[in-house]
Design a binder for this molecule. Structure first.
Ligand code: PEP
Ligand code: MN
Length: 346
């Protein structure tokens, strides 16, 4: 439920709404807007008698959010959420933010080579997993803690921000020490204890769509994070399972405008896991930016043929460079621009 205040509501009137919500046994989330303040009521509001709130001075109207997800919905908040990262990088605004790097951290030389290559081509965030959720227990599981230390080194050396995956609640605490953005992968989209922990950590979260998740399920998972008080959530379309084996997943470009219509959260696209083959990554990256994606998550490896995971979908650095040139043109065509790494260009 949302309590919309009159545009001229006084601070005391807003405070009275907040304390009434709390007296009723719920949490109040005041959200000052450009025109007026709204106060969200957090909790199961099915049995709240809204007449008590509606009668308070300064209240313009009560809105019952119709979606099963509340705080992530456009009904709750009409304006786009801007997720502000270190170094002034903003996801969800005019700029398209590119996150690139190998699937996994494999060694110091590999991650540093990858970091320099993606930075030189214009990425602002380095992606790479230290903890890898692999479908087979016999596949490379990631370097773990030492991998995080290597990511920190890459950050220090290049100034790139870091996005890396956490697989469980304890791991999230560890990852939060190094990461600028905590990634929750497709296989963990419905790991509710991980979502709750990420919601309590004061770090931005990149939440990837589950292997067979509907858009509603993705938004409900994001709701878990917001419900814990963390609204810095970036959603990610990474393809869903389909009957066609020509691509690894069915990259759902339509999810981008659909999510934007339903939610104020930013959404980025991962054409690497979305297609599974490097030859299809560039066209789908272009499509995603054209469709309004707020960023891209792309796998790039200095030597993809020797990658320990996801080599077939990893771009060669020169392919990534070309992709960046193309997506800059597309971003400009729709009145946006690609964010530049600090110290390089505008
Ligand atoms: C990844 O980003 O490397 C990854 C494991 O992706 P997903 O969770 O989308 O499969
Ligand atoms: Mn991968």
């Amino acid at each position: 439920m949302l309590v919309v205040m009159r545009h001229d509501a006084a601070a005391e009137e807003i405070q009275r709404v907040v304390s009434t919500i709390e007296e009723l046994g719920y949490q109040a989330r005041p959200m000052p807007g450009k025109q007026r303040t709204t106060v969200g009521l957090v909790g199961n509001d099915g049995r709240v008698d809204s007449s008590r709130l509606a009668a308070l001075p300064g209240v313009a109207e009560i809105i019952h959010v119709t979606q099963p997800y509340k705080q992530v919905s456009r009904e709750w908040k009409a304006e786009a959420t801007l997720v502000r990262l270190a170094g002034g990088v903003v996801v969800g605004g005019d700029e398209v933010v590119v996150m690139a790097g190998p699937c996994s951290v494999e060694s110091e030389s590999q991650i540093l080579a990858a970091a320099h290559a993606v930075r030189d081509a214009g990425a602002t965030i380095l992606r790479a997993g230290a903890f890898k959720p692999r479908s087979s227990p016999y596949s490379f599981q990631g370097l773990g803690r030492p991998g995080l230390a290597l990511l920190k080194k890459a950050r220090d050396e290049t100034g790139l921000l870091i996005v890396t995956e956490a697989m469980d609640p304890e791991g999230a605490d560890l990852v939060a020490e190094v990461a600028d953005v905590i990634q929750i992968g497709a296989r963990n989209m419905q790991n509710y204890s991980l979502l709750k922990r990420a919601g309590r950590l004061r770090k931005p979260v990149l939440l990837k769509r589950g292997l067979s998740a509907t858009i509603q399920e993705l938004l409900l998972s994001a709701e878990y994070i917001l419900a814990e008080g963390n609204s810095d959530v970036i959603l990610c379309e990474r393809g869903i399972r389909s009957f066609d084996s020509q691509t690894r997943n069915l990259f759902d470009v339509s999810a981008i405008p659909v999510v934007k219509s339903l939610s104020h959260l930013p959404i980025i696209a991962d054409p690497s896991h979305g297609t599974g083959h490097r030859e299809f990554v560039q066209p789908m990256a272009r499509a995603a930016v054209a469709a309004g994606a707020d960023g891209l998550l792309v796998e790039v490896h200095p030597t993809p043929d020797r990658a320990l995971s996801d080599g077939a979908q990893s771009l060669y650095p020169e392919q990534f460079e070309r992709m960046m040139r193309e997506v800059r043109l597309i971003a400009e065509a729709i009145g946006r621009r690609v964010a530049e790494p600090a110290g390089l260009g505008a």
